[in-house]
Structure formats: structure tokens, C-alpha cells
Design a protein around this ligand. Structure first.
Ligand code: SF4
Length: 229
């Protein structure tokens, strides 16, 4: 049988503060109101969207002019990038710089970043061995890449390797088959697909290494043409 609440119970209920929606988790909203790359970079320093911040030294955000025509997207920071807090400063970054130079692309005029902004590694003795980010980590960090894309509004994006292509295109793509292709996303953004420069470093045989460098240079010359298109 239904009972009528007593006057005391009704008074108690009236005094209770109104229920509020739960407060947003700060690390999931950090950067939402960022209207510049500098503000987004600052907000990303405290990002906890996935677990990779736990073991890395710091967030390695993208770098370059905010009005860049092209954004190069790598996989994730390496050991040296993690320590320096800057993207593309390790061995792969150096070979990337020298090839951009040969292709007459001014590195100071392009924006470089990574699909995942914390270094993922496995400790082996004193060394930290690079470990590939998984689909969940790529998806979590895509929020920051999307932020960079929306602020810079580039004319072209270059996906350097499988992780970058997966983040930019929203699915895994076969890099060897699609290398050199330009894919237009639904939002109209053109994505040029190629390998990551670290691929060249991993080749042991000198002749093969030089041939791969030439192929990458050819890709970068194509990028240079597309930048002006
Ligand atoms: S890898 Fe990306 S999503 Fe994950 S904690 Fe770092 S900045 Fe955040």
C-alpha cells in the first residue's frame, strides 16, 4: 500500500541540494577550449587519455608554424624525442631532415607531429626499446592530432608509416601497396601515404638503404608538388 510521506520527510527532501551532473574528468576535457597550437600544447602536457603518460618523460607535441601548408605525421616520439620534448630530433628525424632538404622542402615551414604523443617502450637493461602503440592508444591520441589539424588547417597531410595512416584514415591500411597514393578524406583533407623514415635506418645492406633513401626522396618531391597544388 502506498504511504504518504510525512511533513518532516518532505522538509528533509526540500533541504537536500539538487542533484548535479557529474563533473567532467579534467584530463578528458583538457585542451577542448584551446584556440592556438601553443594552448593545445600546454593542455596536452597533462593528458591522461590513455596510459602512455605513466612511463614517458613528457608529452611530445607537434612543432612548426601555425599557418603551415603541410603537416607530416609520424608514429610516436622515440627515446631522444621523449627526453628532448621535441618531435623528429632523433636518428630518424635527422635522416628525414636531410631528405626534406634534398627535396627542397623547408623544414621550418612545415609542421611535424606524431599520431601518438607519448613514448611507448619496453625497458631492456638500461635501454628503452620502442614498442608499437596499439589501436586504443592511437584512437585516444587521435583527439590531439584532430586538434592540430583543426587549428592549422593544412592543404596536405603526409602519413609517415602505418600508425599515422591508421590515425588519419581511421582504419589500418597496407602501406606498401598504398605508398605514393593521395587519399581524400570525407572532410576533403588530402592524405599522402608513405613509409616512416626510420624504415630507411633499419635496412642493413648499404645498397638497399641508398635505394630506399632515393624512393623516399622521390616521395618527398611529390609532396613538394602537392603542397603547391
Ligand atoms: S599518448 Fe596521447 S592520449 Fe595517451 S596520454 Fe599521451 S597525449 Fe594523452
Amino acid at each position: 500500500m502506498a504511504t504518504t510521506p510525512s511533513t518532516t520527510a518532505l522538509r528533509r527532501e526540500a533541504k537536500r541540494p539538487a542533484r548535479r551532473a557529474p563533473a567532467p574528468v579534467p584530463e578528458l576535457t583538457a585542451g577542448e577550449d584551446a584556440t592556438s597550437i601553443g594552448a593545445a600544447r600546454e593542455a596536452a602536457k597533462g593528458c591522461h587519455r590513455c596510459q602512455l603518460w605513466r612511463n614517458a618523460t613528457q608529452t611530445v607535441f607537434g612543432e612548426g608554424p601555425e599557418n603551415a601548408d603541410v603537416i607530416f605525421v609520424g608514429e610516436q616520439p622515440g627515446d631522444q624525442e621523449d627526453l628532448a620534448g621535441k618531435p623528429f630530433v632523433g636518428p630518424a628525424g635527422r635522416i628525414f631532415d636531410s631528405i626534406l632538404d634534398d627535396a627542397e622542402i623547408d623544414r621550418r615551414k612545415v609542421y611535424v607531429t606524431n599520431a601518438v604523443k607519448h613514448f611507448k617502450f619496453e625497458p631492456r637493461g638500461k635501454r628503452r626499446i620502442h614498442s608499437k602503440p596499439n589501436a586504443g592508444e592511437i584512437q585516444a591520441c587521435r583527439w590531439w592530432l584532430d586538434k592540430e589539424l583543426s587549428l592549422i588547417k593544412p592543404n596536405l597531410v603526409v602519413a609517415l608509416g602505418a600508425t599515422a595512416a591508421q590515425s588519419l584514415l581511421g582504419k589500418a591500411v597496407p602501406i606498401t601497396r598504398m605508398r605514393g597514393d593521395v587519399i581524400e578524406r570525407e572532410d576533403g583533407l588530402r592524405v599522402f601515404v608513405t613509409v616512416h623514415p626510420s624504415f630507411i635506418l633499419r635496412i642493413r645492406e648499404q645498397e638497399e638503404k641508398e635505394a630506399e633513401r632515393e624512393r623516399f626522396l622521390k616521395d618527398m618531391r611529390k609532396v613538394k608538388q602537392l603542397m603547391g597544388a
